[in-house]
Design a protein around this ligand. Structure first.
Ligand SMILES: Cc1cc2nc3c(=O)[nH]c(=O)nc-3n(C[C@H](O)[C@H](O)[C@H](O)COP(=O)(O)OP(=O)(O)OC[C@H]3O[C@@H](n4cnc5c(N)ncnc54)[C@H](O)[C@@H]3O)c2cc1C
Length: 234
């Protein structure tokens, strides 16, 4: 990444964590490559850097579960597609219960997983030990085995998506901090984003700044923070 800026882009993405880079990657897949991604420091330096990298598939709703299933599929093929290692391993996961009540809750989750089309097994302490021999099963009532869960290196997977996006023509630029938001009052309603380096004109802006959305929102009267869902008072 460098500090050279374009002055126009069809889409401007603010934030180079896994969310922003994923948006860039998927826009490129849709053929939208006139995309500029601005990151204030370096890609993955935010929450993404801290993530443990667990890739679990059972979520609270069908749509979120479908999205998580897609993510698992994407992580399987991303390394072959981009040449960038992701550290993805689909080694399954265990969810453990130490009380009967918690086991009941897990079993309810298993019903939901089956309903969402996810393979899941309700297992007892002995099978838990079979799946993961180092574990001490004293006090464990039972658990769930989700064979499609796995793990990834969050930094590497972000870099792989960044490479895929760059290969398709997306520009990623570092050190774009202190952005100001000025929508034009008349059609075509392009927005001007001022960075320390130049102004960027764009019709579409995506704020994926993680916790930085609060700061950015505060300096921009809530406009960008609102886009990021930060809900910052102006
Ligand atoms: C300890 C921990 C463990 C976790 N474990 C897991 C896990 O196992 N599995 C899982 O799925 N999730 C996990 N998560 C959650 C996961 O890390 C986050 O959901 C994810 O990283 C959020 O990504 P993001 O792109 O939204 O935000 P971020 O990674 O924070 O990216 C935001 C980016 O925006 C940039 N930015 C901010 N303001 C500006 C600005 N004004 N201009 C330009 N750029 C700006 C920042 O520098 C940053 O790079 C974990 C989180 C933590 C803290």
């Amino acid at each position: 990444m460098g500090n050279s800026f374009r002055s126009k882009a069809e889409v401007l993405i603010v934030g180079g964590g896994v969310a922003g880079v994923s948006v860039a990657y998927h826009l490129a897949k849709l053929g939208i490559t006139d995309v500029l991604l601005c990151e204030r420091k370096q890609l993955t330096c935010g929450t993404t850097w801290h993530a443990a990298g667990l890739v679990t598939q059972l979520r609270a709703t069908r749509n979120m579960t479908e999205l998580a299933k897609y993510t698992g599929e994407l992580f399987k093929s991303l390394e072959a597609e981009t040449g960038q290692a992701t550290g993805f391993r689909q080694n399954g996961s265990l969810r453990l219960a130490r009380t009967v009540e918690r086991f009941l809750e897990l079993k309810r989750g298993a019903s939901m997983a089956r309903n969402f089309g996810l393979p899941v097994e309700v297992i007892g302490p002995e099978e838990i030990k079979d799946r993961y021999p180092p574990i001490n099963t004293d006090g464990i009532v039972g658990g769930l085995w989700m064979e499609r869960d796995g793990q990834v290196n969050p930094v590497d997977v972000t870099m792989a998506m960044a490479k895929g996006a760059r290969n398709a023509g997306v520009t990623a630029t570092a050190l774009a901090q202190g952005i100001l938001y000025t929508p034009t009052p008349e059609p075509p309603f392009w927005n001007t984003f001022l960075t320390p380096y130049s102004a960027v004109l764009t019709p579409d802006v995506l704020g994926v700044m993680g916790l930085g959305g609060c700061t950015c929102g505060a300096t921009t009267r809530g406009a960008v923070g609102g886009l990021a869902g930060a809900g910052v008072d102006s």
